[in-house]
Design a protein around this ligand. Structure first.
Ligand code: DGJ
Length: 376
C-alpha cells in the first residue's frame, strides 16, 4: 500500500518535471527577441548559416563579445545544434582563434559569416568564412578554409585566400579582358561606375587574386558547391565553383550584378530557379534588401526588387536586419526561411536574429513581418 502511494507520488513528480520541460521548450520563432539556448544564454552565432546533417541542424556563426569592437574574433566560430529549429543546444566553439601571433587567425582578427557544408565524397565538414587579418581593417578581403571530421568540430584551419588569381570571370568578354582604364577616376562618378562594371577591380586584382568579403555557400542538386562573395571593393558579387572536395576554387567563376554594390548574399533554389537575396553596403546600419532570380547559378541574374513588404521603414531596413542565410522549411518542402542579423554595433553580443518565412507573390519571393510564427 505504502509502495503504491510512493509510486504514485513519483509518477506525479516525473510528469510535472516532463511537462515543465516541455513548457520551457520554444514552440515558435519570435524575430528580434532574445533567443535563449539550452543553457538560457542568448545564442551567439551572428552572420551565421545552417547545415543539416542526419536529421540535425547545425547553426554556425560569429561568436561576438561585449562592446563596440565586439565583432573582432576573440573566440571563434560558435556552433549550436537543433532538431526543430526553435530550440538550440550550445555545442561550443567549432573553430577557435589562435593565441599564436604568427597565425592568420590570431585572436583579434576578423572572422565573419562562417558557412559549413558536408562533402559526401570525403566525409569532411568544410567551413569557409570571410577573413580579415588582425590590425588591417577590411583590406585583406580573404576567404578562410577550415575542415573537420565532425559537424561540431574542432575545425582545423587550413589557410585563407584571395580566390581565382590569374583567371578571368567566365562571363568577361574578350574586350573586357583587353580593357585599360584611366588612372584617376573619381570614386562614384559615372565614369568610375562604368569602369567598375567593365572590370576595373578584376584587372587590378587579377594577379594576386580577387577580394572576398561577405560570403555564403550553396550546394546544388548535383552536389557541386559554390562560393558566393562580395568582391571588387563590394561593388560586384562573384560566384565561384568549388572543387569536388569543396576545399579549393576551380577558377571557374562569374562576376554578377556588376557595380550593383551588393553584399550579405543568401541563396536558395526553388522549382529549378535560383533566388538570391542581398543587401546594400552600409556597414552595420540596415538598408533595403534586394532580390534576384536566375535559371543558372552562373546567371544571368535578373532583379526582382525589394523582397520586403510592410511599412516604408520595414522595407527600407529589411525589418532592421541584414540577410545572412536562407534555409528550406523542414516542415514544408519548397518553402524557405529568411535568416537575417539585427546588428547591435554598440554591443555586438546583443545582436538579434530575424528569421521570417519567404512567401511567393506574383512569382517573386516576398517577406512580411511576423511577431511570432511557426514552421507549419
Ligand atoms: C556589413 C557586412 O555585411 C558585415 O558582415 C560586416 O562586414 C560589416 N559590414 C562591417 O562594417
Amino acid at each position: 500500500m505504502k509502495l503504491s502511494k510512493e509510486l504514485t507520488t513519483l509518477t506525479f513528480v516525473l510528469l510535472t518535471l516532463f511537462c515543465s520541460a516541455q513548457n520551457n521548450k520554444q514552440q515558435h520563432f519570435e524575430p528580434g527577441a532574445l533567443w535563449p539556448d539550452n543553457n538560457g544564454v542568448h545564442i551567439n552565432a551572428h552572420g551565421g548559416g545552417l547545415m543539416e546533417f542526419e536529421g540535425t541542424y547545425y547553426w554556425y556563426g560569429q561568436h561576438m563579445i561585449e562592446g563596440k569592437a565586439g565583432n573582432r574574433a576573440m573566440v571563434g566560430v560558435h556552433v549550436y545544434s537543433s532538431n526543430d529549429l526553435y530550440n538550440w543546444k550550445d555545442e561550443g566553439i567549432a573553430l577557435r582563434v589562435s593565441n599564436d601571433p604568427e597565425s592568420p587567425i590570431v585572436k583579434g582578427c576578423i572572422i565573419e559569416r562562417p558557412k559549413v557544408i558536408f562533402n559526401k565524397k570525403t566525409g569532411k565538414f568544410v567551413m569557409w568564412f570571410h577573413h580579415e587579418l588582425k590590425g588591417m581593417g577590411y583590406s585583406a578581403a580573404k576567404t578562410g578554409l577550415a575542415v573537420a571530421d565532425s559537424p561540431t568540430g574542432p575545425f582545423q584551419y587550413i589557410h585563407s585566400v584571395n580566390p581565382n588569381a590569374g583567371q578571368w570571370p567566365l562571363n568577361f568578354t574578350a574586350e573586357q579582358k583587353q580593357m585599360s582604364f584611366p588612372k584617376e577616376l573619381k570614386s562614384w562618378s559615372e565614369e568610375w561606375l562604368e569602369a567598375v562594371a567593365g572590370g576595373l577591380f578584376v584587372h587590378r586584382d587579377f594577379g594576386k587574386g580577387q577580394m572576398a568579403r561577405d560570403m555564403t555557400l550553396f550546394v546544388d542538386d548535383d552536389g557541386k558547391a559554390y562560393h558566393i562573395h562580395a568582391s571588387e571593393e563590394n561593388l560586384t558579387l562573384h560566384i565561384s565553383e568549388l572543387t569536388d572536395e569543396y576545399t579549393a576554387f576551380t577558377n571557374r567563376y562569374v562576376a554578377v550584378l556588376p557595380a550593383g554594390h551588393n553584399e550579405a548574399p543568401a541563396i536558395f533554389k526553388k522549382d529549378g530557379k535560383y533566388y538570391l537575396i542581398a543587401s546594400d553596403c552600409t556597414g552595420w546600419a540596415p538598408n533595403a534588401a534586394r532580390s534576384f532570380v536566375a535559371d543558372q547559378i552562373f546567371g544571368p541574374w535578373e532583379s526582382l526588387g525589394n523582397p520586403c513588404r510592410g511599412t516604408e521603414e520595414q522595407m527600407n531596413t529589411t525589418f532592421d536586419s541584414q540577410s545572412t542565410y536562407i534555409v528550406e522549411n523542414p516542415k514544408k518542402a519548397g518553402e524557405f526561411i529568411f535568416m537575417g542579423d539585427r546588428w547591435m554595433p554598440e554591443n555586438a553580443i546583443d545582436g538579434r536574429y530575424i528569421w521570417l518565412p519567404i512567401m511567393f507573390e506574383n512569382d517573386k519571393p516576398v517577406i512580411h513581418w511576423q511577431e511570432k510564427w511557426q514552421l507549419n
